[in-house]
Write a protein that binds this ligand. Structure first.
Ligand code: WQD
Length: 337
């Protein structure tokens, strides 16, 4: 089956293209290269022996989306990653986020709505929960008022998809990611943050390799065991595999509703200091860091209840925090070799 992966050269997109090709899917990747590079295609080919079909397209141009589906009329499976995803940037530039993350989703769904059947996997985020009341977080936890335009685009995206599936032949799975980290074991693909990394793990690996002087730990006065904030760090390959399983579920008509929602995490919470300790263990390097003030907008704690993903989707994370950190470190060393 031919599958469209939007944002297919991005961090999670590229790892998902690898897993799709490993499973025999024919993949067409779209990317506008705003936050990725063509080298990723080489990496995917080195890992799988197959270079996915690629189109450098900006999905914000409606005619681009229309042309694409005219050319690829046989595509009825879409995994949609393409979106802007920096929380801080979204606060500064909300319209860039609403245009890029919402209009592109609408254009894709408009092309799928006329099809006999269509399968749509959406890249959502645990951000939709805000600071959930109860840990671990279940999919029934209330979606709270978004703390950023980025988070709002994920909430709105879920609603657009839900409304559309009610009146079309589109079936969808919403995957609410926790914190994706790490890289493919081959170190042929991985995270390519532009500029100063916003996320914890790339900042750690860039500090360890000497690109950054020290890590700033954003606050150690949270109501947690060691005072630093807790997250659920999931290996990006485990996350990628969840997308293939979700797509197959829709193709095999195993879905029990037009839209199904799954938390994709490990189910374990790790504090910032836990991550630092684990990284020092796997890298054999001391990590220079200092404690600074909390970062505006950060939540205290988020980790997934993965029962539904384990029991209904039939997926569970296989890699540990240390495995993921070791793969991130191997990738960083390869990048700077
Ligand atoms: C993790 C923890 C920081 C950097 C965001 C988005 C989420 C998803 C993943 C897109 C927090 C601390 C971080 C640093 C630090 N993105 N930290 N020093 O904020 O949990 O999630 O990225 O889908 O939607 O919200 O991830 O990696 O930025 O932070 O102390 O230099 O590390 O305070 O506790 P976050 P993160």
């Amino acid at each position: 089956m031919k599958v469209l992966v939007t944002g297919g050269l991005g961090f999670i997109g590229s790892h998902t293209v690898v897993e799709l090709q490993n499973e025999g899917f024919e993949v067409v990747a779209i990317d506008n290269l705003s936050n990725s590079s063509l080298d990723v295609l080489e990496g995917i080919e080195k890992i799988t022996g197959k270079r996915p079909e690629f189109e450098n397209l900006d999905l914000r141009q409606k005619e681009n989306v229309q042309q694409f589906f005219k050319k690829h009329a046989d595509i009825s499976g879409v995994i949609h990653f393409a979106a802007s995803k920096a929380v801080g940037e979204s606060v500064e530039n909300p319209l860039l986020y609403y245009e890029n993350n919402i209009s592109t989703l609408v254009y894709l769904l408009q092309e799928l709505q006329a099809k006999e059947t269509a399968h749509f996997i959406f890249s959502s985020s645990c951000t939709v929960y805000g600071q959930a009341e109860t840990m671990p977080i279940t999919e029934d936890a209330p979606v709270q008022l978004a703390l950023s335009p980025y988070g709002n685009t994920k909430q709105i995206g879920e609603e657009i998809i839900t409304d559309t599936t009610k009146v079309t032949n589109i079936n969808a799975v919403l995957l609410r990611y926790f914190n994706p980290i790490g890289a493919h074991s081959s170190a042929e693909i991985g995270e390519l943050p532009l500029g100063v990394p916003q996320n914890l793990v790339p900042f750690i690996t860039q500090t360890a390799i000497g690109l950054r002087k020290e890590l700033s730990v954003f606050g150690n006065d949270y109501p947690t065991p060691d005072g630093t904030a807790i997250r659920d760090y999931i290996h990006v390959v485990d996350l990628a595999k969840a997308h293939v399983i979700a797509l197959k579920r829709l193709m095999d008509k195993k879905n029990q509703a037009k839209v199904e929602t799954f938390n994709v995490g490990t189910g374990k919470g790790s504090s910032v200091l836990d991550v630092i300790t684990a990284f020092e263990k796997v890298s054999g390097q001391k990590l220079p860091y200092k404690i600074v003030d909390r970062r505006e907008g950060d939540i205290v704690e988020a980790y997934a209840n993965t029962d539904r993903a384990n029991e209904v989707l039939g997926w569970s994370a296989e890699s540990s925090l240390e495995d993921a950190l070791a793969s991130a470190w191997k990738w960083e060393q390869k990048l700077r070799a």
